[in-house]
Design a protein around this ligand. Structure first.
Ligand code: ZN
Length: 136
């Protein structure tokens, strides 16, 4: 298996604090971390649900991909992230099979991960994230 498991599901929200209140009620759990990822223009908040996580994403500026996503499609599920052991190998494999990567190199994402996105055009409208834990 190349994709180990669903690592997390990303949900685009307008207001992170308000969304946190709601999801804290829904999950009966509080977020274990909040993190701003400047390079992506987002503030994130993470919940652990068993083996998987839920990532809330809110824009921190107008240029943020989340701003554009919400304008176009409203709040809701934004991406699905899969855990991989070797992100470089997976990126190469996917490219060979005709999937379109959003960036040619992995980036440092939230929650101590190397991440790479596949264009939703490549996967029936689903924004797929590959992520590999950074082991320091
Ligand atoms: Zn994510």
């Amino acid at each position: 298996m190349n994709l180990e498991k669903i690592e997390h599901i990303g949900i685009a929200v307008k207001n992170l604090r308000e969304a946190e209140e709601k999801f804290t009620e829904l999950f009966q759990a509080t977020p274990y971390k909040r993190e701003v990822v400047e390079s992506e223009g987002v503030e994130t908040s993470f919940y652990r649900i068993g083996e998987s996580k839920i990532e809330l994403l809110a824009a921190i500026n107008e240029q943020s991909p989340i701003t554009k996503f919400i304008e176009k499609r409203g709040e809701g599920i934004h991406h699905m992230a899969f855990d991989v052991k070797n992100i470089y190998q997976e990126m190469e494999r996917m490219q060979e099979r005709g999937f379109q990567l959003i960036s040619p190199e992995p980036k440092r994402g939230a929650d101590n991960k190397l991440v790479c996105f596949l264009h939703p055009r490549s996967a029936n409208g689903v924004l797929v994230e590959l992520c590999q834990e950074i082991k320091d």
